[in-house]
Design a protein around this ligand. Sequence first.
Ligand SMILES: O=C(O)CCC(=O)C(=O)O
Length: 290
Amino acid sequence: MLTQDQLDFYKENGYLHVKGLFTAQEAAAYRQEAHELIARLQAVKSVEATWEAAKEVTTTKTSLHHCHDVQFQSAAFARLITDPRLTDIAAGIIGSPNVQLHHNKLFIKPPEKGSPFPMHQDQPFFPHDKDSMIAAIIHFDDAPLEKGCVRVVPGSYKKGPVPHIKEGGWHLPLSEYPVESALPCEAKAGDVLFFSYLTIHGSAVNVSSEARTTLLVQMRDPLDPPSVLTHLSRGQGMMLRGMDPSVGMAPPAGNEPGGQMGGGQMGGGQMGGGQMGGGTMGGGQMGKGM
Ligand SMILES: O=C(O)CCC(=O)C(=O)O
């Protein structure tokens, strides 16, 4: 459960680092699951997800391995994203007992050349009317500075949406927002970093001799509809905590039953299908790394 101090810190800073939310043993088991999953996928397709804009941060050729919506790949991850330790804190931050999945993405930043993320807000990728969206980055191994830990700009979410450069992945100009100038959130395996989709964040290259392994879960209040119909994915709309109170309410424009979003209520995009059924969104590539 979120304490009042933690909530006050989040309201001031737009992020919250919760240490030891999962045990080191749990994190190690998820890490193994994650690496086995990426190895399975790598055997049949590319899992590369480096942003084009990463080139602006480093001239070194870097690499980033990813998989979206991991709950369709392994039941362990389905349990993880619905784990009350995670979702109770998410609910406290979002300010709703109900927490809905937008999407999630597993990232492995390989040793010595793990790709950076230029500074950005997540908001331009999937704007929502009420800005309830938060990310939780679950660390499956330690993320010290040299592994390219996530960095944040404390309080930046209070600026609201900031103009971004679209090309190469929505990002902020490096001259104004150098990655090194942001606050590094060095983490231990089992720690979780929560932040608003308006918090400016990014990360540097993993130059260490070990991989950095994380799962990022994007969550929202189910009563916060998407402002534009974009960034849909197969698992979108899954309830992670509580229930969806929008059942029976008029769906937002573009989300009518049988419409593009397939009949979800407040933006719960159902892309259906599945791996064997030819689902286009399953386990898929929602644009590089997002
Ligand atoms: O995992 C990281 O280092 C940052 C990820 C990130 O910024 C994102 O996916 O939006």
